[in-house]
Design a binder for this molecule. Sequence first.
Ligand SMILES: NC(=O)c1ccc[n+]([C@@H]2O[C@H](COP(=O)([O-])OP(=O)(O)OC[C@H]3O[C@@H](n4cnc5c(N)ncnc54)[C@H](OP(=O)(O)O)[C@@H]3O)[C@@H](O)[C@H]2O)c1
Length: 216
Amino acid sequence: MPRVLVTGANRGLGLEFVRQFTRDRWEVVATARTAAPEVLELGANLLQLDLSDLAGVASFELEGPLDLLIANAGTYGPRDATTADEAHEWLDTFAVNTVAPYLLAQRLLPNLRHARGKAIAVSTRMGSIEDNKGGGYLAYRSSKTALNMAWRTLALANRDLTCAVLHPGWVQTRMGGPNAPVQPEESIAGLRRVIDSLTPADSGEFLDFQGNRVPW
Ligand SMILES: NC(=O)c1ccc[n+]([C@@H]2O[C@H](COP(=O)([O-])OP(=O)(O)OC[C@H]3O[C@@H](n4cnc5c(N)ncnc54)[C@H](OP(=O)(O)O)[C@@H]3O)[C@@H](O)[C@H]2O)c1
């Protein structure tokens, strides 16, 4: 039975990942910072993990091989930073969106290596510098751009694994809002097809849920 770990599994895209993987008989290790009854009802193992707690992430341990890491959890953060408080919130966004996923991947490298596994970060087109025509969302955009760079660096340092950053589309979740054109089922089905198709030769790529390359 293949094994996947999904962060931010209590709602949105994370919960849909858990739904689809448990349905397809994967062993699912789900992490969330709060109680997540839906996750338990789906038959996944649930571990408490707050990604803003970097000491907690740096000491995270998992026994046994891992076929797939999905660093999914993410947060918007402040839209701009003009005060010290907003600047601190911007740094907090970096902790959750950039530093914690990278640290977690580092912690899980031995598990992934054991299974010749894949490390996926759920990023966003909004982290693309070339694609940024609208501006705004300072903390979110910049932390995801940094995530993309961190993941590319992870890929280059671990050439026996497959590491990629993926854009899920604009999806109807709490983050995506009610006007988003893509439903979570479609997004996650697409992301899973893309993940399945990835080989070590694709490591370091930035792709969307339909398999198209996203500009950096
Ligand atoms: N929806 C979209 O249109 C869209 C588009 C592009 C990229 N994405 C990316 O997709 C991923 C999932 O987003 P979503 O749409 O599912 O958003 P969502 O519904 O807002 O869910 C975000 C998830 O991240 C978790 N999270 C936030 N801060 C956390 C922390 N400090 N520690 C642990 N977990 C934390 C949340 O947990 P709590 O419930 O505890 O807050 C929740 O499970 C994110 O990385 C997002 O950037 C989404």
